[in-house]
Each structure stands twice: as structure tokens, then as C-alpha cells.
Design a binder for this molecule. Structure first.
Ligand SMILES: [Fe+2]
Length: 179
């Protein structure tokens, strides 16, 4: 998929894997907490250790912290909106974020909730979007429908850890086209 119009112009100083907390802001991000994890793999199924995983997304109300987002929907100062992690020796990455809101693009079409990914291995790179399972708007999202393999873009919902029933636990693996 393409990078799209909302890749950060100015990445935040706080770029860690927890998008629900911004350095220096007392209140956490609004919205449903998402525990998002998965693996980055090479085409042969072995881990892409050290792959760089960037994500960026709209806040829970569907607003990007980007000058091209003219929706008028409020920003959330407690939401980081962008994060970077390096996959570990087993190819694993993990982010804590919030469920992105759906948003309307200028031509009137509505984007279903999604998280943008830019994944860089040693010699290859994949830009994609990850979708949330069970979202009613998935059926009408023009980019998800245009995908050759939409099922591969929808994360798996996992059982949340005990005592955290309000957290949405998602798993999404990424296979690079080369190492
Ligand atoms: Fe988007």
C-alpha cells in the first residue's frame, strides 16, 4: 500500500513503543487501549531480527496530528500518534496504542479503523496498513477492498491477559519480500 497523506511531517520527540503516553503530558491517550504485537519474518519464515517497525495512526476520534488533516476533529495531546520499535531476535515487535477512529476523507468516503506500518528489513521494505477485526466498516473500506489479499491485512484478536478485559489484544505478522 502507499504511505498515504498522513505520514508525520515532524515525528514526535517521544517515539517509543507506548503511544498512549506522551513525555511531559499528564493525561494518557483517550480511547480503547490496544496491545499490538506480532513478528516480522523473512520469506523463508525465519525471524527478521532487527527489522525497524514504524507505525502511525489517527487518534481514537479519527484525527491525525498532521497539517493535511483538515477534518476539524480534535487532536489528543496525550496520544503519541507515531512509534518505532526494532524487532527482537525472534522477529517480535510490540506496541501499546489506542484503537484508531474511523475518519472521512475529503471526497466523502470513510476509512475504517487502521494502523499504518512501514517495516524495514536489511534489504527490503514493506509499507502497509493493518486493520482491526470485526469492524463493520471493513466491508466498505475502498483500500481494504482493493487489496489482493484483504484477510492478510486484518489482525487477529487475541484473548487479553487476565484482569485486562477492556484491552484489545491484536496480533499481526509481517513477511518481508526479501531479508
Ligand atoms: Fe490512514
Amino acid at each position: 500500500m502507499t504511505i498515504g497523506p498522513f505520514y508525520p511531517v515532524l515525528r514526535p520527540l517521544d517515539q517509543d513503543g507506548d503511544l498512549t503516553v506522551v513525555n511531559g503530558i499528564a493525561t494518557g491517550a483517550r480511547g480503547q487501549i490496544v496491545d499490538l504485537a506480532g513478528r516480522v519474518l523473512k520469506p523463508d519464515g525465519t525471524p527478521a531480527a532487527g527489522a525497524r517497525v514504524e507505525i502511525w495512526q489517527a487518534n481514537a476520534a479519527g484525527r491525525y496530528a498532521h497539517p493535511a488533516d483538515m477534518s476539524g476533529v480534535p487532536l489528543d495531546p496525550g496520544f503519541q500518534g507515531f512509534g518505532v520499535q526494532l524487532a527482537d531476535a525472534e522477529g517480535r515487535y510490540r506496541f501499546r496504542t489506542v484503537k484508531p477512529g474511523a475518519y472521512r476523507i475529503p471526497d466523502g468516503r470513510v476509512r475504517t479503523p487502521h494502523i499504518h506500518f512501514d517495516v524495514q528489513g536489511r534489504t527490503s521494505r514493506i509499507v502497509s496498513q493493518m486493520f482491526v477485526p470485526g469492524e463493520p466498516l471493513n466491508a466498505s473500506d475502498f483500500l481494504l477492498k482493493a487489496s489482493e489479499a484483504p484477510d492478510t491485512l486484518i489482525a487477529r484478536k487475541l484473548q487479553p491477559p487476565p484482569g485486562t478485559a477492556d484491552i484489545l489484544a491484536l496480533e499481526w505478522d509481517i513477511v518481508l519480500v526479501a531479508a
